[in-house]
Structures are given as C-alpha cells and as structure tokens.
Design a protein around this ligand. Structure first.
Ligand SMILES: NC(=O)c1ccc[n+]([C@@H]2O[C@H](COP(=O)([O-])OP(=O)(O)OC[C@H]3O[C@@H](n4cnc5c(N)ncnc54)[C@H](OP(=O)(O)O)[C@@H]3O)[C@@H](O)[C@H]2O)c1
Length: 251
C-alpha cells in the first residue's frame, strides 16, 4: 500500500518487536506514514508496510535517538507522533540481578523512552508543530509482582517521565501519554505460555477472561494519538483486563 506524502508521520521504535509490529499495522490503517526504528535492519525488513522508512538505530542513547528522528525528518518530514515500543523484559529477583542485566533493562525500557521523547519534542519545537507521544509502561510499574524489580523500576519511571514531559510541553501543544499493558503474547514472551496449563495460569490472574493481545494495546495507542484524545495528556492508560484495578473473583 502506498501512502500519500501529505499523510502525517509517526515514528515507532522497537518496530520489529511484537507490539511494534501491531502498532505499525494499526497506524498504517489509520493513515499514518511510518518510520520504523530498530537495532537490526534485518529484523526491521520483515516489519511494517512496504513503503515504511526503516531506520537502524539504538535509541537508548541521545545520539542514536537524535539520529533516528533526523533521518525520519530528512526522508518524510518531522514526525508528529512517537510510539516508543523498544523494551525488553527481565524476570529475576533483586538479589540475583547482575549489574549488567539491570543496566540493560533500564537502557532498553527507560533510556529508550527518555531519549526518543527528548529527540521527538526537540524536533517538534524546532518546527513549531504540535504532536503526540505514547510511551509503554507495564502492569509491573503499578503493582508489586515478584521477581520483577528492575523492570518494575523502569516501568514506574515511565509514569513520572510522562507526567513531567506532559507538563513541560503542553504549552507547545505536545501531548505525552503512556499505555500500561498486562501480559501479551509476543516473541519476547511466548516461551512463558508454551503449554495450555501455563496459558491458563496467566489468564486466571486477570479479572477479564483470556489473555490480552498486542492488537488490544495497539488500538489504545492509535486512539491516544488520534484527535479523539486531543484533551488527554499526562496519563498512563491501563490495558490490562482489570489486573491493576480490581481483584479477580475467585470461585
Ligand atoms: N509482552 C508483554 O507481555 C508486555 C507486557 C507489558 C509491557 N510490555 C512492553 O511492551 C514493549 C514491547 O514489548 P514486546 O513484547 O513487543 O517486546 P519485543 O518483541 O522484545 O520488542 C521489543 C523491541 O525493542 C527493540 N529494542 C530493544 N532495545 C532497543 C534499542 N535500544 N533501540 C531500538 N530498539 C530497541 C528490539 O528490537 P531490536 O533488538 O531489533 O533492536 C525489539 O524488537 C516493551 O516496552 C515491553 O516492556 C510488554
């Protein structure tokens, strides 16, 4: 599918991942032109529509994130939407988390959000354009889940980043929100639900039946970027089947 050059431009990081691909599909359908960012052009090649721009960059550094936004601006124009799907999970108790694993977890989940958002708002402000960003938190950033200390710290920090940036950039007409998914089956997590018993075990923890999908979260992201959410900023929207709000009814 070819999209007209007048369509608005969205930059998606972690675009080769499970959630990133679903977001790309959702935003392409909503008429966005896409710049897809990841650390491997081979993995990116299989993601998104044919006419998407693919940018190999590590957005966990200020330099990498700026380079990604600059490449998008040069090819397509300034992106007016950012979705930071870059991330990676780490399941380990605090006392067994090596310093290198902790730093990698914070780098993939928090540094990518911080530096992508910084590069995005800088480009928008220079162009004097409004825009909207969606970051990705997690249920483990809001409620204690055993053996998730490093990722919980990173995902809780996303909420602080969202609120601070929403306040700073509201006068520039830049909205900043996050989604907070529960468990979704993606290449990163599918080994955790390889058996029916494991899948049912995960599902039982959620008040709403079944497991969430990347499409559920991608739809929420597309909505937060759309004019329908024009009055929403500084929010973290749970897409978690009730996991963080209510207790499941145990029968
Ligand atoms: N799956 C779940 O159950 C779940 C639940 C709650 C929240 N989340 C969050 O949702 C987001 C997406 O998760 P997912 O399951 O789709 O994970 P995924 O399949 O592992 O995708 C994450 C992507 O991030 C990219 N990435 C990592 N570090 C990067 C960096 N420094 N620069 C650029 N790209 C980078 C990776 O691609 P390359 O290696 O090719 O760069 C990978 O494709 C993550 O933030 C995750 O924490 C997931």
């Amino acid at each position: 599918m070819r999209t007209p050059m007048s369509d608005p431009v969205a930059l998606i990081t972690g675009a080769a991942g499970g959630l990133g691909r679903a977001v790309a599909a959702q935003l392409a359908q909503a008429g966005w032109r896409l710049a897809l960012v990841g650390r491997s052009s081979t993995r990116l090649a299989a993601a998104g529509p044919v006419d998407a721009l693919r940018i190999e960059a590590d957005v966990s550094t200020a330099e990498g994130a700026r380079a990604a936004v600059a490449r998008c601006t040069e090819a397509f124009g300034v992106p007016t939407a950012l979705v930071n799907c870059a991330g990676g999970t780490l399941i380990a108790p605090l006392h067994r988390t090596a310093e290198s694993a902790y730093r990698a977890c914070l780098g993939a989940n928090l540094d990518t959000a911080f530096f992508s958002l910084a590069a995005f708002v800088e480009a928008l402000r220079n162009a004097q354009q409004p825009g909207a960003a969606v970051l990705v938190s997690s249920v483990v950033g809001h409620i204690g889940v055993a053996n998730h200390e490093a990722i919980s710290a990173a995902k809780a920090a996303i909420a602080g980043l969202v609120r601070g940036a929403a306040a700073t950039y509201a006068p520039s007409r830049i909205r900043v929100n996050a989604v907070s998914p529960g468990f979704m089956v993606t290449p990163a997590t599918q080994s955790m639900v390889a058996t029916d018993a494991a899948r049912e075990g995960f599902a039982r923890q959620y008040p709403l039946a079944g497991l969430g999908t990347v499409e559920d979260t991608a739809q929420a992201i597309a909505w937060l970027l759309s004019p329908a959410a024009a009055r929403i900023t500084g929010q973290v929207l749970p897409v978690d089947g009730g996991f963080t709000a209510v207790r499941p009814l145990v029968r």
